[in-house]
Write a protein that binds this ligand. Structure first.
Ligand SMILES: [Cu+2]
Length: 464
């Protein structure tokens, strides 16, 4: 793993830096695993295990996995709940709460049967706790503030200990002031690898969370009381074009594990391939119980691990099928003006409201082009509603959208963006010009006087 991207902060700096200063004992902190944190939103290379049982690591989309230390046979991790700055996409940063420098927090990877100890240090201004969604564990380790444990006060460190009993994909998030803390970005993925590395092997294994924010253009902090009307629909707290592509080799068996911690469901859709749901947060789906899909709905609090053979080269769209979830901020209160002749109305309004932007007489696409042509300035710290550039022009997407890039001849561990797909000659949709071969007419001809057809009218009440 490329550690140059991380800052390793020692516990003295941690203890001296924040609100925790007076309450964290340096002696106590000295016994804890070193804090590792990330300051970037790029997808990091998989973390190859160098201690403990072997496994095939996952790749966290626009994220990273947390290093651990072995202590007398126990895998020890250190999570720090703290305010973070997350780049949502180039051009926009959000002031969130997260873990170890980012939101979502780092992915935790363990192996079935591992004894795990997770230290959680609270550097937030309020109490927190962590619930380990989907895990089999002693009740008192379940992380529900008030019900199974006292709150973790600001400045304090708690310890969770349990055995990772079941292989699969899990999530972690606070179970204290939950609505606010999740609206602020506190969550992460957890993968328990099977003890037998040959169990359901895949060539490339990706994981990410669906999350959502409501951040007004020009501001940095999410509105924490929003219930449904979020304006940034994100994969791991990133929106397109800030989401990295999912890069795979032709004929790879690919798994993508997707957890939903937003407040609504997301029908996740792949182009050019079919997949099967091979796992949920409840466990692996037996092969005999799977069926083919190109879209799977992921409800709130669910995880779906989809698998497919990537045997069609290309840049395939991979996105939520709710079309307002593939748009960024600003796009949500636009009046429908399809077919409305705005004429010099826009000039008149423009005199009164200088920032007035006319919206779409023929559709929204013209706006994207106009904004580009006029080099229209956006308010500070926000993103165009529909953006992204492809080899054929504007992609006009935002939010929960990325591409699965299937390429021949990549190296085993190569996840770098290979650039736009080079289409074989004659395989791209094109304008019809006068170069089509002549059509052979069928022998059918209409007799003189035309054809007589008799049609029987359906009777009765045809409501449906
Ligand atoms: Cu969606």
């Amino acid at each position: 793993m490329d550690f140059s991207k991380f800052s390793r902060r020692d516990f003295f700096r941690l203890a001296g830096a924040g609100i925790a200063a007076s309450t964290v004992s340096k002696v106590a902190m000295a016994a804890l695993p070193e804090i590792v944190s990330a300051d970037q939103a790029n997808t990091q290379s998989p973390l190859q295990p160098n201690t403990g049982r072997p496994y095939n690591p996952v790749v966290t989309l626009n994220g990273w996995s947390l290093p651990w230390r072995m202590n007398k046979g126990v895998k020890e991790f250190h999570l720090v709940a703290e305010p973070v700055v997350r780049e949502i996409a180039p051009g926009m940063k959000a002031h969130l709460w997260g873990y170890n420098g980012q939101s979502p927090g780092p992915t935790i990877e363990v192996v079935e049967g591992d004894k795990v100890r997770i230290f959680v240090t609270n550097r937030l201004p309020e109490v927190t706790s962590i619930h380990w969604h989907g895990q089999r564990l002693p009740n008192g380790m379940d992380g529900v503030k008030g019900l199974t444990q006292p709150p973790i006060q600001p400045g304090k460190t708690f310890m969770y200990e349990f055995e990772a009993k079941r292989a699969g994909t899990f999530m972690y998030h606070p179970h204290a002031d939950e609505m606010l803390q999740m609206a602020m970005g506190m969550m992460g993925s957890w993968v328990t690898h099977p003890k037998n590395p040959k169990f359901m092997p895949v060539d490339r294994d990706f994981v990410f969370l669906l999350n959502a924010y409501d951040i007004d253009p020009g501001s940095y902090t999410p509105k924490v009381s929003t219930m449904l009307d979020f304006n940034l629909w994100t994969f791991n707290s990133r929106v397109f074009p800030g989401i990295d592509p999912i890069v795979v080799r032709k004929n790879d068996r690919v798994r993508i594990r997707i957890g939903n911690l937003t407040m609504t469901n997301h029908p996740i859709h792949i182009h050019g391939h079919e997949f099967q749901v091979a796992g949920t947060d409840g466990g692996w789906v037996p092969a005999s119980a799977r069926w083919p899909e190109v879209t799977t709905d992921i409800a709130v609090g669910q995880m779906r691990a989809i698998e497919f053979i990537a045997n069609e080269p290309g840049d395939w769209a991979f996105h939520c099928h709710k079309s307002h979830h593939t748009m960024n901020a600003m796009g949500h209160d636009v009046p429908t003006l399809l077919g409305v002749k705005q004429g010099d109305l826009m000039k008149k309004i423009g005199n009164l409201v200088p920032e007035y932007m006319p919206m779409g007489e023929t559709g929204m696409s013209e706006m994207t082009e106009m904004a580009e042509m006029m080099d229209m300035p956006l308010p500070e710290n926000t993103l165009p509603m529909m953006s992204g550039k492809g080899q054929f022009g504007a992609i006009e997407m935002g939010g929960m959208f990325t591409t699965v890039k299937v390429r021949e001849g990549l190296a085993r561990n190569d996840y770098k963006d290979p650039g736009p797909y080079k289409h074989p000659k004659g395989t791209v949709a094109r304008e019809v010009v006068n170069d089509l071969p002549p059509v052979e007419r069928s022998g059918m001809s209409v007799p003189d006087g035309g054809l007589e057809m008799s049609v029987r009218k359906p009777m009765g009440d045809m409501k449906h």
